[in-house]
Design a protein around this ligand. Structure first.
Ligand code: GDP
Length: 593
């Protein structure tokens, strides 16, 4: 049975190509907003961090009505994939809107999601946006999209994609670049005609796949997913089928569907709809919400295991709390436990110390996003150096291996391969993706990726794109040589800063080991960079509270000074010095006891 009045689509766009503006315009033009309702709030990208990094971390839902059809629009995560989120989100929809800037063309960051969408046989519609740009080159951009689709393995039907030319900013759309109307009708028509309506059986026993989790202080945990079969009703008893196949009885609280940017409370919803449910406090991603008496599981969706662990430690320094919020261990604990309600590949464990929590995730970027978000919320904390999670398999020490995909300019290929070779990576594949760009794929120990992103960005002058997925556990590959992790310390009158992980790495700054004495003015740095290490000396009394994700800017804001190697040496006592090389100074680590 077809549920004709629903379409479920996902939006794929490179950051700044106009996704938010386009969805805003769709909302306005479809009359989903009443005339007196202002779209002040921007639709997607609510997380500042997402914009700065140019990736979308959280997936969000919006819905617009066109004529008598409801179009559910799901945002897709960018190239960073933490535990199979991209695939889960795409499984909620039947088609995708690929938004491409009419001048810039398709960007490598969207390839990962696009490839998944094509593999899942979703129907693509291409929107060439910003057609008003004077430098627009729509015909070439469409050709580039076609080439990309071919390269990513699109089938014949997908290659026959419809194209809409639009100016989201000016509210224009059309089937040809020179035949635009002051309406998005052409886009809505194409969506209704090309994207199949969900093919569903509303009378069959309920099945819904828990795709995303959300959390709201008032209603608690929210389960989001598409109803695959049957209906959900408010207050109804259901069976929750766990990933191991066991059953749990539970009761649905409220049922919400989406309208515009809002969730609306409804008595029931039918198969084909994307809904949000409350009351299912024990539900987890990948589980099936099923009929109480006829429970049948949907195919399990893989959730990648955490491979990297770090300690999050309460900042007990006397300066803590001067500018930010003083964080007690209770607060930190609460915050972390709330995070795991929705962050599926994250684990939190207690340690012997009440002030320290062991947090495990899918890699440095995954953990660093959490750390930066927490810092922005005002949490002051110290973090330990990340370590990979080893396992013993058949009496053998095994380590996590990641499958790494690097899209890089051909000119930096040699250096990147060499860098990864040192990190025990094994090259698996290499292809030209354009005349100047290469895609190189590797199997690499997760530990080899620690600190790699910064070097990678430096070597590719910011043009490289990397993404990795968990590959499996393999026997330990041996020590990775030459990774001196000396700690650089400089003195003045400030306090140590732990920086945001990501920005710190971009500058080659590493992590404070737990228990490292926090000196006034200390900044830790990594000494294996191919350049003079700069010792950063803070002049202010208190610099722990750097909110900026950009270390350069943070230093400037905090009026910190950057010293040369020679100048820095003046601040260092002889007994602390381990080694001086033309590239670095290594200092003895000092411990509290
Ligand atoms: P997102 O990052 O993909 O969500 O992109 P936004 O919707 O935030 O748009 C990025 C920038 O492009 C903003 O400055 C928009 O005003 C601008 N923009 C969006 N659509 C258009 C368009 O059709 N034409 C032009 N010239 N600019 C646009």
């Amino acid at each position: 049975m077809k549920s004709m009045n629903i379409r479920n689509i996902a939006i794929i766009a490179h950051v700044d190509h106009g996704k938010t503006t386009l969805v805003d315009a769709m909302l306005r033009q479809s009359g989903t907003f009443r005339a007196n309702q202002n779209v002040v709030e921007r639709v997607m990208d609510s997380n500042d961090l997402e914009r700065e990094r140019g990736i979308t971390i959280l997936s969000k839902n919006t819905a617009v009505n066109w004529l008598d059809t409801k179009i559910n629009i799901v945002d897709t995560p960018g190239h960073a994939d933490f535990g199979g989120e991209v695939e889960r989100v795409l499984k909620m929809v039947d088609g995708v809107l690929l938004i491409v800037d009419s001048f810039e063309g398709p960007m490598p960051q969207t390839r990962f999601v696009l490839r998944k969408a094509l593999e899942l046989k979703l129907v693509p519609i291409v929107v060439i946006n910003k057609i008003d740009r004077p430098d627009a080159r729509p015909a070439e951009v469409v050709d580039e999209v076609l080439d990309l689709f071919i390269e990513l393995g699109a089938d014949d039907e997908q290659l026959d994609f419809p194209v809409i030319y639009a100016s989201a900013r000016d509210g224009l759309a059309g089937m040809e670049p020179d035949q635009l109307t002051h309406s998005f009708e052409p886009l809505f028509k194409v969506v209704l005609e090309h994207i199949p309506a969900p093919s569903v059986d509303v009378e069959a026993p309920l099945q819904l796949l828990v795709t995303t989790l959300d959390y709201d202080d008032y209603v608690g945990k929210i389960v989001i997913g598409r109803i695959v079969r049957g209906k959900v009703r408010q207050g109804e008893s259901i069976t929750l089928i766990k990933r191991d196949g066991s059953f749990e009885r539970a009761k649905i609280g409220k049922v919400y569907t989406y309208e515009g940017l809002k969730r609306i409370d409804v008595p029931e919803a039918e198969a084909g709809e994307i809904v949000a449910l409350t009351g299912l406090t024990t539900a987890n991603i990948g589980e099936t919400v099923a009929d109480a008496s006829n429970p049948e599981a949907l195919p399990v969706i893989e959730v990648d295991e955490p491979t990297l662990t770090m300690n999050f430690i309460v900042n007990n320094s006397p300066f803590a709390g001067l500018e930010g919020e003083f964080v007690t261990s209770r607060k930190l604990r609460e915050r972390l436990y709330k995070e795991i309600e929705t962050n599926v590949s994250l684990r939190v464990e207690e340690t012997d110390s009440a002030d320290s929590f062991k947090v495990s995730g899918r890699g440095e970027l995954h953990l660093s996003i959490l750390i930066e978000n927490m810092r922005r919320e005002g949490y002051e904390l110290q973090v330990s150096k990340p370590e990979v999670i080893y396992k013993t398999v058949d009496g053998e020490k095994c380590e996590p291996i990641e499958y790494l995909i690097c899209d890089i300019p051909e000119t930096s290929m040699g250096t990147v391969i060499e860098l990864l070779g040192k990190r025990k990576a094994e090259m698996v594949n290499m292809t030209h993706i354009s005349q100047t760009q290469m895609r190189v794929e590797f199997k690499v120990p997760a530990r080899g990726l620690i600190g790699f992103r910064g070097d990678f960005l430096t070597e590719t002058r910011g043009e490289g794109i990397m993404s990795h997925v968990f590959h499996g556990y393999e026997p330990f590959k041996g020590e990775i040589p030459g990774r001196s992790r000396g700690v650089l310390i400089a003195f003045e009158t400030g306090e140590a800063t732990t920086y945001g992980l990501h920005s710190a790495q971009e500058r080659g700054i590493t992590f404070i080991e737990p228990g490292t004495k926090v000196y006034e003015g200390m900044i830790v740095g990594e000494s294996n960079r191919e350049q003079d290490i700069e010792v950063n000396v803070a002049r202010k009394k208190h610099v722990t509270n750097m909110r900026s994700s950009n270390a350069e800017e943070a230093l400037r804001l905090e009026k910190a000074k950057i010293f040369t190697l020679e100048q820095a040496l003046e601040y260092i006592d002889d007994d602390e010095l381990v080694e001086i090389t033309p590239k670095s100074i290594r200092l003895r680590k000092k411990y509290l006891d």
